[in-house]
Design a protein around this ligand. Structure first.
Ligand SMILES: Cc1ncc(COP(=O)(O)O)c(C=O)c1O
Length: 435
């Protein structure tokens, strides 16, 4: 393993070419400036390699889908087998049906599902479905909540100078101004403020959408339960964005883990096994709005996607879920996460760095502040510059991660934990000394 990242002229050339044909040299997901950019060549298990041959312990995991690690043999085999049988049909197919049945079995709020190709699509249609069902227009979301990239989702996604609640801030150019009138923004984990907004707008609110674990901020005691009670009282559909938490916090997702069942849930990432697949799940009386049998009625939502329910993605997703059904899967995922998290906490303690780790064991992050983080605003000013430098130092030490979050997989080993512990200590010492 090479632990002092060096870049070959070949990789430098490819990075320069990437900056020519891709805006910012990026596919839009992980962005690094040109002198730091890493061009990934391949992945296997818990590791990825760049074009220069440097090997990294990977905590990005494709931003979460690769919970079994890269190129898991069962997933590769399932995708290959399906490829031999055809790549896509634009028609109900056998393997997508099996995946749908498994999702309905696993997800507490699900009686039916509809497939999509991305989490963005899934949250977008969750909101449309909620509005069609409730016959009201407005949407309440939480400041800093991430639901993908559609017009509603980018409202108060990461405002630098947040306006007072419930005014939304469009955190993207190109969003129609009129949409600000349709979105209310509340502080995560503040049930009092959220309750007063829901009460005041109950006649117009068509949906409340929440990440049950907002980025890495866990819900405080009673917060999700309180949301559930309030939305039920006023017949407002509650949407859980389980794109990240689904099949990660538990086989039944955040609904099972936190013990709160929403009306609608958006899924993505893990259920496609590393291919493009997402889903919306809900009770049949809600999902019926998507049933072509009611076409022509006011309640109908047309929804067509060329690759929706793609059989290769469904095969990979199903193979992934089969591995997660093993009795030791979640205990092992949590134990591995706990060990890595503890290694990070030890490094923080040993270096006396003003930082903390927040999240759940399969998914957490370091925050460069010691103030309690309960919502988006309390996460502001938590050392973005430190965070960038920390990640760069980790890369030099052979640890790869995104700008936020450590994603844990079943492929991470004790050797990875050991290697990560050294890298954490090294990076924090360097940060501490400004070296
Ligand atoms: C909570 C959450 N919702 C939705 C999305 C959007 O999913 P996708 O990137 O597949 O569009 C993401 C992506 O990271 C997410 O983290």
């Amino acid at each position: 393993m090479v632990y002092d990242r060096s870049r070959t002229p070949h990789e430098a050339d490819l990075v320069a070419r990437a900056f020519r044909v891709l805006p910012g040299g990026t596919l839009g997901n992980t962005y690094l400036p040109q002198d730091e950019a890493v061009l990934v060549a391949r992945g296997k298990g818990s590791h990825v390699w760049d074009v220069s041959g440097n090997e990294y312990v990977d905590y990005l995991l494709g931003s979460g889908p690769m919970v079994l690690g890269h190129a898991h043999p069962a997933v590769v085999q399932a995708a290959r087998d399906q490829m031999d049988r055809g790549s896509t049909f634009f028609a109900t197919n056998e393997i997508a049906l099996y995946l749908a049945e498994e999702l309905v079995k696993a997800i507490p709020c699900a009686e039916q599902v509809r497939f999509f190709s991305s989490g963005t699509e899934a949250t977008f249609y969750s909101l449309r479905l909620a509005r069609a069902y409730s016959r009201r227009d407005k949407v309440l979301k939480f400041e800093g909540g991430f639901h993908g990239m559609h017009d509603y989702a980018v409202m108060s996604l990461n405002p630098k100078d947040p306006p007072p609640f419930p005014t939304p801030h469009p955190d993207s150019a190109g969003v129609p101004r009129v949409l600000a009138q349709e979105v209310l923004v509340a502080p995560f984990n503040d049930l009092d403020v959220t309750a007063s907004l829901i009460r005041a707008h109950r006649q117009e609110l068509g949906a409340v959408i929440v990440e049950p674990l907002q980025r890495v901020i866990p819900p405080g005691p009673g917060f999700l339960q309180g949301l559930r009670e309030l939305t039920a009282r006023f017949s407002i559909p509650l949407v859980f964005d389980e794109v990240v938490t689904g099949f990660r916090l538990a086989y039944g997702g955040a609904q099972e883990y936190y013990g709160v069942v929403p009306d609608i849930a958006a899924y993505g990432k893990i259920i496609g096994g590393g291919f493009a697949l997402a889903a919306v799940a809900a009770r049949q009386e809600i999902m019926r709005h998507l049933d072509p049998a009611i076409e022509g009625t006011e309640g109908y939502i047309p929804q067509i996607g060329t690759l929706s329910g793609n059989p290769i993605a469904a095969a990979a997703g199903l193979a992934t879920l089969r591995e997660l059904q093993r009795p030791d899967a979640y205990p092992r995922l949590f134990a591995t996460g706990r060990a890595i998290r503890q290694a990070l906490e030890e490094a923080i303690r040993d270096t006396e760095f003003p930082a903390q780790v927040i999240g759940e064991d399969p998914l957490f992050d370091i925050v460069f502040s010691t103030n309690p983080v309960l919502d988006y605003r309390s996460s502001l000013g938590s050392g973005t510059a430190f965070s960038r430098r920390f990640n760069a130092l980790l890369r030099q030490q052979g640890v790869f991660r995104g700008p936020s979050k450590f994603y844990i997989s079943l492929a991470h080993t004790e050797e990875d934990v050991k290697r990560s512990r050294q890298a954490f200590a090294h990076a924090l010492v360097r940060l501490r000394t400004g070296a």
